[in-house]
Design a protein around this ligand. Structure first.
Ligand SMILES: [Zn+2]
Length: 129
C-alpha cells in the first residue's frame, strides 16, 4: 500500500507496535499529521516525531453506516482520541458504547496491512479515579 511521506514514520512505528506522532520542533505544539506550517508559530517543516503512550481520552465518535473497506463492515465506530501528549488521532473503537470523555488506550494491530489502531476503555485509568 502507498503511504505518503508525511505519515510514513507513523505507519512504520505501528509496524513495530509503537505509536509515533508529531509535534512542532520549534514551539512544541502537538500537531499530527505533521503540518507543512506549524499552526501556532508558523515554522515550516519543523515537525519532530516521538513515541506516545497510547493513552488518551475519547474526544468524539461517529458511527459510519457505509462500508469503505472489507475489514471494516458497516456499521462501525470512528473515533477522535486526544492523546495525553496532545495530538488527536482518528481510529476505531473496540466497543462502540464507549462514552465521550472516557479514558482509552490504543491497541495496535501491527500485522494488518496497513497496521491499524483500535482504542479500548483504559480500565487501569478508570480504577484509579
Ligand atoms: Zn510551532
Amino acid at each position: 500500500m502507498h503511504v505518503s511521506r508525511t505519515v510514513s514514520e507513523h505507519v512504520e512505528g505501528l509496524r513495530r507496535g509503537e505509536l509515533r506522532v508529531s509535534r512542532c520542533g520549534a514551539c512544541g505544539v502537538p500537531a499530527f499529521p505533521p503540518p507543512r506550517l506549524c499552526p501556532r508559530c508558523g515554522a515550516a517543516d519543523a515537525a519532530t516525531w516521538f513515541t506516545a503512550s497510547g493513552r488518551g481520552v475519547l474526544w468524539s465518535v461517529a458511527v459510519f453506516h457505509r462500508t469503505y473497506l472489507p475489514e471494516h463492515p458497516a456499521p462501525y465506530p470512528v473515533a477522535v482520541v486526544e492523546l495525553v501528549e496532545g495530538p488527536r488521532l482518528v481510529a476505531t473503537l473496540t466497543d462502540p458504547t464507549v462514552p465521550v470523555g472516557c479514558a482509552v488506550i490504543a491497541e495496535i494491530d501491527a500485522r494488518a496491512d496497513p497496521p491499524r489502531i483500535a482504542f479500548r476503555p483504559d480500565d487501569h485509568e478508570g480504577a484509579a479515579r
